[in-house]
Design a protein around this ligand. Structure first.
Ligand code: HEC
Ligand code: HEC
Length: 334
């Protein structure tokens, strides 16, 4: 069983376990709960990864449906330009889902399309594909969730659905999500991560992690600071960041770092300030307890004497945040 399918099965088990406390389950008519639970328990694990390749963009049909598929692709490639009302940073979907959402091991949209609705421990209910899209706007894009059924979501759904042409539903497609790396033997370490960052990443993402903007357009995306993903985003979790980095970075040279190196550099990146978690409960401690209690979180932890979670753009942020702000302004003014 692949790490991905193990992960999915674990989610299924959590879903079954949680059912008992969900009001929907409690409201089920008398007598229906037991057969439902039995059926779920007997349900076989989802099939092991199936190979799949999405059709090329050139095969997008020249009809009314194809027009909306193309809108989805354009939005995916340059999100701030096509959905400014829903984005709060300079990132685009493609920055974390490479090759415009087509690349395996980069959470491709064709594999995601056939994986929803799915239970997510993050919000403890079954999420539709649409809700999953809304989450990446709210957290990864540090923006606002487009309303259900809005043209932006319809376009992204059309694009994902089209890319999944011919894929089996509810299968785990090979290359889905980011790879899950085994836990690192040596834990993770800031100094080791910093050295790796300087050697392998700073060239493109900048020594200050702010990437490179050319005429307001991001050539290399920022990794922390006010224009990055916020503290509620998946990439702020070390296991997801390490998996993404291992498979995809340095760009064009994925899988060149060891697992240990991917964990260390992920820890270095996620030890810097970024925009506040939009679910902020009024104190870092309360927010940490409610949303960031897992083993792969840095929010609410102290690194190098700085309590992470202040949020960039808020006074009292780390010197790194101050430096980041300076650089961003300079680049924008140029
Ligand atoms: C800062 C990085 C980042 C950006 C930008 C981003 N995402 Fe994501 N996205 C993630 C991470 C991390 C995951 C979780 C991957 C995993 O679980 O393996 C994810 C997961 C997803 C999934 C579910 C994938 C699956 O297989 O379950 C969808 C759908 C998705 N993103 C859509 C989008 C869209 C659409 C945009 C642009 C509006 C976007 N993302 C922007 C980081 C990002
Ligand atoms: C050759 C330039 C280059 C190098 C070197 C490089 N990256 Fe990237 N990185 C990119 C580009 C470009 C993207 C966006 C990909 C896209 O849009 O197609 C990206 C995306 C990312 C993202 C997700 C987007 C975001 O802003 O959060 C992370 C995280 C990341 N890189 C981390 C790293 C790490 C860690 C290293 C070093 C091990 C590294 N990169 C080395 C160019 C580079």
């Amino acid at each position: 069983m692949s790490a991905r399918s193990a992960f999915r099965s674990a989610h299924t088990l959590i879903a079954i376990a949680t059912c008992g406390v969900l009001s929907a389950c409690e409201q089920a008519p008398q007598g229906s709960a037991a057969p439902l639970a039995a059926a779920s328990a007997a349900q076989p694990a989802r099939p092991v990864a199936v190979a799949f390749a999405p059709p090329p963009s050139s095969a997008i049909p020249d009809d009314a449906f194809g027009v909306v598929v193309r809108q989805g692709e354009a939005l995916f490639r340059n999100t701030p330009a096509h959905a400014p009302q829903y984005t709060g940073n300079t990132l685009s979907c493609r920055n974390c889902h490479l090759d415009a959402g087509r690349l395996a091991d980069s959470a491709p949209m064709w594999a995601a399309w056939v994986s929803y609705p799915a239970y997510r421990s993050k919000n403890r209910h079954v999420n539709t594909f649409e809700e999953r899209l809304q989450d990446c706007f709210r957290f990864s894009m540090n923006g606002k969730a487009p309303p259900s059924g809005s043209p932006a979501l319809v376009a992204l759904e059309a694009y994902s659905y089209w890319m999944a042409s011919g894929a089996p539903t509810h299968a785990v497609l090979r290359g889905a999500g980011y790879p899950r790396l085994p836990k690192p033997a040596q834990g993770w370490d800031y100094a080791r991560g910093q050295a790796l960052y300087t050697e392998h990443c700073a060239l493109c993402h900048g020594a200050d992690g702010q990437g490179l903007l050319v005429e307001g357009k991001p050539w290399f995306p920022p990794l922390w600071g006010p224009q990055s993903y916020n503290w509620g985003a998946g990439m702020s979790r070390l296991d997801l960041a390490a998996g993404f980095i291992k498979a995809n970075m340095p760009l064009g040279n994925g899988n060149s770092l060891s697992d240990q190196q991917a964990w260390d550099v992920a820890y270095y990146i996620d030890s810097h300030e970024r925009p506040q978690d939009p679910r902020y409960l009024g104190s870092i401690e309360a927010t940490r307890r409610q949303f960031h209690d897992g083993p792969y979180e840095t929010y609410g932890r102290t690194v190098n004497g700085h309590l992470l979670g202040v949020g960039s753009g808020v006074s009292g942020g780390s010197t790194v945040t101050q430096a980041a702000r300076g650089r961003t302004t300079t680049t924008l003014r140029d």
